[in-house]
Design a binder for this molecule. Structure first.
Ligand SMILES: NC(=O)c1ccc[n+]([C@@H]2O[C@H](COP(=O)([O-])OP(=O)(O)OC[C@H]3O[C@@H](n4cnc5c(N)ncnc54)[C@H](OP(=O)(O)O)[C@@H]3O)[C@@H](O)[C@H]2O)c1
Length: 321
């Protein structure tokens, strides 16, 4: 990943689901998902201190202690109610990091990411300077940012000590290819892709009649009522996203599911270090891990997908990109 020396699997695991924010996932299923990731040699797991109020981190920490497995765990800081949006101080951030250390049951965090902190907080640079201090103190090994906008990504990419940028990138969100990705390669900053399946709609399994659990952000945040609209279905109105996924189904290479085509497209991008596909079921982990062994998409299909994005998708994206 970038200049960090971390060797990460190109398919990673997104663990927001293990905080029950995509509907309830009980302990046994959470453990089975982590076990499946371990078995599939997915060695990069993404979580955050706030997922399920710490539940996602606790489940990961318990699993790793019991199974003696040692994936690279990326967590995040910055969206806890005591910090976000304007309560940031070095002591409070340090206390939150110590909470993550406890829940994950490790002495130093592999990778901590500033978790979509407000643009002005990111740009004033204090938090990034604190991360350098925490690195010196041995609390963290590496630090990166998880961003909501291109402006934030372009600001962060030149930071000399930055390991990674986590960003929303998928077949429905392609703008990174032209400006950010060449810079990421130039500055050796890893790219961590989130929402690779646009919250699941790019699996092609959903219908317009789909009902989501009350506690699922795809229910309560589908139009951005609670946090950035881009974090749910990549900012595309749900019914529109369903129609667009149906169009994509006309282009499936033989033997690939829509989820696999969408993930393979991501792995074909040289700047991408890892794709943290969120999974709420074992079968999803297996299907997603299998994408590493699939052939690259043809150049014709890449071109078709670029045109599809420009002519049919981009106009529907809501929120600041
Ligand atoms: N601000 C941030 O930093 C931020 C924000 C969002 C996410 N993230 C991270 O990024 C990760 C990935 O993003 P995401 O989970 O929001 O979106 P995603 O990976 O695009 O979608 C995940 C959902 O897709 C469905 N899915 C996954 N694999 C599938 C398959 N093979 N077949 C059918 N359906 C499949 C599942 O839906 P069902 O559960 O309905 O089956 C799963 O919950 C998160 O887990 C989290 O770690 C970070």
């Amino acid at each position: 990943m970038g200049k960090s020396g971390l060797e990460v699997s190109e398919i990673g695991l997104g663990c927001w689901q293990l905080g029950n924010d995509f509907g309830p996932v009980d302990d046994a299923r959470a453990e089975a998902v982590l076990k499946a990731a371990e078995q599939q040699q997915i060695n990069f797991w993404d979580t955050a201190d706030v997922y399920g109020g710490g539940l996602s981190e606790t489940r990961i920490g318990d699993f790793c202690s019991a199974s003696m497995t040692q994936p690279i765990i990326a967590t995040k800081v910055g969206r806890d109610g005591a910090l976000f949006p304007n309560g940031y101080s070095k002591d409070k951030v340090k206390a939150n990091i110590q909470g993550s250390l406890q829940r994950l049951n490790v002495e130093a965090l592999d990778l901590i990411q500033l978790h979509c902190v407000p643009t002005e907080v990111l740009k004033d640079g204090d938090m990034l300077a604190w991360m350098e201090d925490f690195q010196q103190q041995g609390l963290i090994k590496h630090f990166g940012v998880s961003v909501e906008t291109m402006d934030e990504a372009l600001f962060a990419v030149t930071h000399p000590k930055l390991t990674s940028i986590q960003t929303i990138f998928n077949v429905f969100r392609q703008d990174h290819i032209t400006e950010l990705f060449p810079l990421a390669l130039q500055h050796q900053v890893g790219i961590i892709v989130r929402l690779p399946l646009a919250s699941g709609v790019l699996s092609g399994k959903m219908t317009k009649q789909q009902q989501f659990a009350e506690t699922d952000h795809r229910n309560y945040n589908k139009d951005g009522a609670f946090f950035s609209v881009g974090e749910t279905f990549s900012g595309i109105p749900f019914e529109q996203a369903i129609d667009l996924a149906e169009v994509l189904k006309t282009q499936l290479p033989q033997g690939m599911s829509l989820a696999q085509m969408a993930l393979r497209w991501l792995l074909d991008q040289p700047a991408v270090s890892t794709v943290i596909t969120g999974a709420s079921r074992v079968e999803q982990v297996q299907e997603n891990a299998a994408v590493s062994a699939l052939p690259a998409l043809s150049s014709e299909l890449h071109e078709w997908l670029a045109n599809f994005y420009a002519s049919q998708v981009k106009q529907h994206i809501r929120g600041v990109m």
